[in-house]
Design a protein around this ligand. Structure first.
Ligand SMILES: Nc1ncnc2c1ncn2[C@@H]1O[C@H](COP(=O)(O)OP(=O)(O)OP(=O)(O)O)[C@@H](O)[C@H]1O
Ligand SMILES: [Mg+2]
Length: 503
């Protein structure tokens, strides 16, 4: 399906999300859409999918018609949108979600078994591994993302918009998805609009690229004309020389802020011994599912340990809750903003203020001015793109929501910060801002423990890296030993000369 974006504008109140954008998506093309957080990528995807209506201009599908006036109409015309923030029905099964709204008019039981049969066929065809009977709420984010993708594929769509489809997938799952996309484009002529912040994915899978900046169209052209550097500078409108700040590890005499001894919570992880010093940035590398997030949750008190001990500033901490952890100076930026981190229907300011009861609310009432100043300061330091800190979090772009989550915890003035996938969905300019911020925290003596699936990020930022595999700690690398290929091999369990050096 050929798409012509014809002079499209979209305003939200005073915010201009898109301004006179025009370009063509060729039929059967895998067309990348790149730009900073808030550049208008998701807005454009939603306009094409009939989820939003343009303020000006139109979208032309295969030379006919105007912009789809509703998602229903778009679906009928063969357009499917996999949104950045997943919108599945949490309490329904996987199969029911995939076929939602298209049930045949039969009694419940028959419908269920038909859905399941269709689902199994579809899943096997694309080589995904999901149980059609599982309740969506029980799935990891990665699996939920696959459900969304299967839903689009099940509609035999001729145009599929994938908005950040790989942000929660493992390298193998990403490869599988990319293979599916390529196959559909080649064999069935399906057209894809692919939005991603992963520059290397964009460069490998897309044949054509459109760059947006601040709601305007910068350029559209063949991927072959671009390199990672040219793409980044076109996106940002400036060169980005080095996205990682210089490493300044703490002195050997620096005190241990956080340590665990034999920490165990089966089956997620077992016998974890780690420590983080004041001023140190420590990473935990490993694949999705290796138990890294669970270790952070346990340290923060969100889950209880079965065995082992946790010490803060050298003193043992017994069974504790997240509230107690916050009083001990811990902060945790969780993995999923939609389900764990943010109140989407509240303002930026309210979200940031929520954890900051102690300092900002001396006598139980809100100190508006002081609070406002502080919140503004965090919004500015993260370069948040928002009309004001009173804006609802739901109105922000995905990456800017991530920044609110970050600001919310950092504003609490913690002495130990736990970060789980801190830059997921964040553009490369903002990433570099977050890296500088993390380095700044460490320079102020804060201990930082980071889990990230982007190995490059851990390698670029950390002073020391632990490696986990299948719930166990299998190695540790100091600053001069940190090497990306070797750590990847170790976390995959592929034997290489130096993996397992630390038992
Ligand atoms: N429903 C809405 N109400 C108000 N403003 C909105 C709404 N949706 C988007 N915006 C604004 O429009 C602009 C573009 O947002 P959009 O979500 O399209 O960005 P994006 O390029 O997808 O960014 P990201 O990479 O962070 O996902 C942003 O400034 C955003 O705050
Ligand atoms: Mg977006």
């Amino acid at each position: 399906m050929q798409i012509v974006v014809d002079d499209v504008s979209k305003h939200f109140g005073g915010t201009i999300a898109l301004q006179n954008v025009s370009f063509v998506v060729r039929s059967g093309s895998i067309h990348g859409l790149v730009g900073e957080n808030g550049a208008g990528k998701s807005t454009l995807g939603r306009l094409i999918g009939g989820i939003l209506q343009p303020s000006g201009g139109r979208v032309i599908y295969d030379g006919v018609g105007a912009t789809a006036s509703s998602p229903r109409e778009a679906i009928d015309r063969g357009i499917a949108v996999v949104q950045q923030e997943l919108v599945l029905c949490q309490e329904l099964t996987v199969a029911d979600n995939v076929y939602l709204g298209r049930e045949r008019a039969t009694l419940g039981f028959l419908r269920d078994s038909a859905n399941l049969r269709n689902f199994d066929e579809l899943r096997d065809q694309f080589g995904f591994h999901l149980d059609g009977r599982a309740i969506v709420a029980s799935l990891s984010i990665a699996d939920q993302q696959q459900v969304e993708i299967l839903k689009a594929l099940s509609r035999n769509a001729r145009l599929i918009v994938l908005d950040e489809p790989t942000s929660s997938l493992t390298p193998t799952e990403i490869e599988r998805l990319h293979a599916v996309v390529k196959r559909l484009a080649k064999d069935r002529g399906t057209t894809f609009i692919y939005v991603s912040h992963f520059i290397d994915h964009i460069l490998t899978i897309c044949d054509t690229l459109t760059i947006l900046r601040n709601g305007t169209h910068v350029q559209t052209g063949p991927t072959d004309d671009q390199s990672a550097e040219s793409l980044v500078s076109a996106m940002l409108g400036r060169e980005l020389s080095d996205i990682y700040p210089p490493k300044k590890p703490p002195s050997a005499a620096s005190a241990v802020k956080l340590s665990t001894h034999g920490l165990t919570r089966k089956p997620a992880f077992e016998d974890i011994n780690i420590h983080v010093k004041a001023g140190e940035i420590v990473g935990i590398a490993g694949l999705v599912g290796s138990g890294r997030t669970e270790v952070l949750r346990c340290i923060f008190g969100a889950d209880a340990s079965q065995r082992g001990a946790l010490a803060i500033d050298g003193s043992p901490v017994g069974r504790h809750s997240p509230i107690m952890a916050i009083h001990h100076g811990l902060a945790m930026v969780p993995e999923s903003r939609r389900t764990q981190g943010l109140f989407l229907d509240h303002s930026i300011a309210e979200n940031i203020a929520l954890v900051n009861f102690g300092e900002l609310r001396p006598f139980g009432f809100i100190n508006r001015t002081k609070e406002g100043e502080k919140i503004r300061k965090w919004a500015d330091s993260l370069n948040m793109k928002c009309p004001s800190t009173e804006a609802l979090v739901s109105s922000l772009s995905g990456g800017n929501q991530q920044k609110v989550l970050f600001a919310k915890w950092l504003a609490a003035n913690p002495s130990i910060v736990l970060l789980d996938e801190p830059t997921r969905g964040v553009d490369i300019g903002a990433k570099s801002e977050i890296y500088n911020l993390v380095a700044g925290l460490a320079e102020r003596g804060i201990a930082v423990l980071i889990v990230s699936s982007e190995l490059e990020e851990l390698v670029g930022l950390c002073h020391r890296i632990y490696i986990m595999r299948e719930g166990r700690l299998i190695g540790e690398r100091s600053l001069d030993e940190i090497e990306i290929g070797e750590i990847l091999h170790a976390s995959l369990g592929v034997s290489e000369s130096r993996s397992n050096s630390n038992g």
